[in-house]
Ligand binder design. Structure first.
Ligand SMILES: C[S@@+](CC[C@H](N)C(=O)[O-])C[C@H]1O[C@@H](n2cnc3c(N)ncnc32)[C@H](O)[C@@H]1O
Length: 369
């Protein structure tokens, strides 16, 4: 395990703690799952603030787990750190003998440990072998994707996961380069991408390779497919009153999160009935107004926070399931963006409840900054 380069600052930490607290302060032992343990910044704060809470920390990256284990050593009697992909959350919780959990946090994307590692290939700004696997013990590498995918498949990955306008041109350049020899380094790939993009487009929107690297990382780690099954599975594992908090860093993650939560806060009964039929009411209520953003002060101090979107929900009691507003009551209402700069709160602004932030941003945690 190498020395840590730089310090990972947990994003929206106070807001996460505020949202999780009612689920964890209920008297007696409570269970919190950190599905993306990383360097354990959020997890450490939860353990400090809740002395009766047991942590189940998951990460698919063994290096992150090793760092987290050192950082959390003083809580050793109430932590379980597991090498797992977060869609394995239900199996891990069951194997550890817990019938349900009181809260779960997903802080998506890559950690600073992964981004800064000179040998892992996540960052276009430094030359490294094209790996990009969060779990280096299994799976295909970015090198295999870049050197084996067909033109249509490469173009699709770049267009869908990177929202890359020049996906076809970049895929063509990759295929031409493959005829000369295998593409093995992140610097060579970044250069190929730069050369494929028309000169005027190179001057806007950050580093030209940013979107391609994001797309490859999502493909290599099957990030969206895993998230799509993990969120419903985590919601199912929450006890009544249990809370889920998700921090997303690009619109594709946020859209999946929004859909997973919307499915649970929606009434499943006939729309024209004035009352809910038994079992058809919402099973969760939203705790966040739309997607919450970080405040200006936090973004200035931590560039990773610039693209964060927070969403959260709480499991309702089926017997009294009407607590909180249902989307039926809310229908027709739109919560307008509400900015609160300089309030001293970590909560910055919110974006429309009904729309996924359609700003087309794919900034990924200050990559290359
Ligand atoms: C942004 S970091 C989390 C940082 C953490 N909240 C902290 O305060 O240090 C995301 C972490 O989630 C892990 N991760 C990403 N996708 C995962 C998945 N599908 N299953 C398990 N861990 C995952 C990454 O390896 C990385 O360590």
């Amino acid at each position: 395990m190498g020395e840590l380069r730089g310090t990972h600052v947990p994003v929206l930490l106070e807001r996460c703690l505020e949202l999780l607290a009612p689920a964890l302060d209920r008297g007696g032992r409570t269970v919190h799952v950190d599905a993306t343990l990383g360097l354990a910044g959020h997890a450490e704060a939860v353990l400090q603030r809740h002395p009766h809470t047991v942590l189940i920390g998951l990460d698919r990256d063994t290096e992150a787990l090793a760092h987290a284990r050192v950082r959390l050593a003083r809580f050793a009697d109430r932590i379980h750190l597991e090498h797992a992909v977060y869609d394995e959350l239900p199996e891990v919780v069951e194997r550890l003998g817990y019938p349900g959990v009181d809260s779960a946090l997903f802080d998506l994307g890559v950690s600073s440990l992964q981004l800064d590692a000179p040998d892992r290939g996540f960052a276009y700004a430094q030359d490294a072998p094209l790996d990009m696997r969060m779990d280096q013990t299994r799976g295909v590498t970015a090198e295999e994707v870049v050197n084996s995918y067909s033109h249509p498949d490469l173009a699709r990955v770049l267009r869908v996961y990177g929202e890359e306008k020049f996906a076809g041109r970049i895929a063509s350049a990759i295929l031409r380069e493959r005829e000369r020899g295998r593409i093995t380094s992140s610097a060579r790939l970044a250069e190929l991408v730069r050369e494929s993009i028309p000169a005027p487009a190179r001057r806007t929107g950050g580093h030209p390779a940013k979107r391609t690297f994001q797309a490859l990382r999502i493909e290599v780690n099957r990030e969206l497919a895993v998230l799509e099954t993990a969120l419903p599975a985590a919601l199912d594992k929450l006890n009544v009153g249990g809370r889920l908090v998700v921090l997303s860093y690009h619109s594709l993650e946020d859209r999946l999160t929004k859909q997973a939560l919307a499915d649970r806060v929606r009434s499943k009964g006939p729309v024209d009935l004035p009352v809910e039929l038994p079992g058809s009411g919402p099973t969760f209520r939203l705790l966040s107004r739309g997607a919450e953003l970080a405040g200006e002060a936090e973004v200035a101090a931590n560039p990773r926070a610039a693209s964060v979107r927070l969403r959260a929900a709480e499991r309702l009691d089926p017997a009294t399931g009407q607590q909180g507003r249902t989307d039926r009551e809310r229908s027709g209402r739109r919560v307008r963006a509400m900015h609160q700069p300089g309030t001293g709160s970590t909560r910055g602004s919110t974006v429309d409840l009904e729309s996924t932030p359609g700003d087309g941003r794919t900034d990924e945690q200050g990559e290359g900054t």
